[in-house]
Design a protein around this ligand. Structure first.
Ligand code: ATP
Length: 354
């Protein structure tokens, strides 16, 4: 059993099922992200764990205790929202101390704990300021201090960095992760930003319309997605659909136009209809002067420059394929015909398996 156990949780509003039988164990000290598009049920699940929303069915267990019927304040959780939700008329110090005051903590202990929490987020010097006198990043730190001052069992974060600009957001990601590790806090983090989820988390939950599509390490989510939905949502992917042929020389995915790509699988794949995918950095290109019907080929449409890296957009059949440009290979020009070298990774939950 995890530090947080989500058991058979369902949530419906009238005849709309926002969560359909969710089961999830969050391990002690783990940083777990819930990732998915808008409306898939991420916030609803987090709010149910927090006690801000009642489930239609199922149970929540925190630190071995069933808390399903407990109010928020009894659950020993820290919660940080997207919009920080600071009290505008209270100083930084009072924003952080309020939770302790409401719990009737002795005055000298309140002072000590607030100063300690503010030190952790590097804000002791600004304790007397009002939220309006702080930057976005500083406000976010106050919200974090307010959560950790209560010494929660678990920290629940609902898109806490989404209001910040890119640079500040990246800095805060590093700080948040360091703080979480220092305190060993079991953390559930809701985001729709896949990079943020992959870089911060021990494990990631990808949700799709009220169900968990995959729960896995960031590496497996990116490299071994179980479905087209996960492969598409997390990172760039190009898909091949066709018939899987298992020959002595290996597996091949034969497409309708007769061409084929080599394929591999992490699971027992049998011949028949299948879907495979490739990531931009798994593909290499070589200039093809003589068109060859046996070779998968494409036409370079564009080179996209991003500073530290660049991508080719190559038209393969009717579809654009994104290919990471390798610096050790001569630059290709727009309009070049190229051979596309790649091995498609088969998706277990697509094709015949579903
Ligand atoms: P976002 O990233 O946009 O915040 P989300 O994945 O967090 O999305 P939720 O806020 O959990 O999504 O909502 C899940 C679904 O439940 C949505 O379709 C939403 O419209 C619906 N929903 C949420 N709250 C209510 C409510 N009070 N009454 C009816 N439907 C609701």
């Amino acid at each position: 059993m995890g530090e947080i156990s989500v058991r058979n949780i369902t949530k419906s509003w009238a005849d709309f099922a926002a969560l359909k039988n969710i089961n999830l164990d969050v391990r002690e000290g783990e940083f777990l992200s819930i990732l998915g598009p808008s409306g898939c049920g991420k916030s609803t699940l987090l709010r149910i764990i927090a006690g801000l929303e009642n489930p239609t069915g199922g149970d929540i267990v925190i630190a071995g205790r069933r808390v399903t019927d407990d109010p928020v304040w009894k659950r020993k959780i820290g919660f940080v929202f997207q919009n920080f939700a600071l009290w505008p008329h209270l100083t930084v110090f009072r924003n952080v101390s309020m939770g302790l005051e409401l719990r009737k903590t002795p005055k000298n202990e309140v002072h000590e704990r607030v100063i300690e929490a503010l030190r952790m987020v590097q804000l002791e010097a600004l304790a007397d300021r009002l939220p309006s006198q702080l930057s976005g990043g500083q406000q976010q730190r106050v919200a974090l201090a307010r959560a950790i001052v209560l010494k929660p069992h678990v920290l629940l974060l609902d898109e806490p960095l989404s209001a910040l600009d890119k640079n500040l957001r990246q800095d805060m990601q590093v700080e948040l992760k360091a703080l979480q590790q220092t305190l060993g806090l079991t953390t559930v983090f809701v985001t729709h930003d896949q990079e943020e989820a992959l870089s911060l988390s021990d494990r990631v939950v990808v949700m799709n319309r009220g169900v968990i599509e995959q729960l896995d390490t960031p590496d497996n989510i990116y490299n071994k997605p179980v479905s087209e939905y996960v492969a598409r949502f997390v990172g760039e992917a190009f898909f091949f659909r066709g018939a899987l042929e298992c020959l002595r020389g290996g597996k091949h995915l034969r497409m309708q136009d007769g061409r084929s790509v080599p394929a591999n699988a992490e699971f027992e794949a049998s011949p028949g209809e299948a879907v495979g995918f490739v990531r931009p950095e798994w593909i290499s290109l070589s200039k093809l002067d003589d068109p060859n019907p046996d070779v998968l080929q494409g036409k370079v449409e564009r080179l996209m420059f991003f500073g530290q890296s660049s991508d080719y957009i190559v038209r393969v059949g009717d579809h654009p394929m994104r290919v990471k440009r390798r610096s050790d290979v001569p630059t290709l020009s727009e309009g070049d015909t190229v051979a596309v070298h790649c091995t498609a990774r088969l998706l277990p939950n697509e094709g015949k398996a579903r």
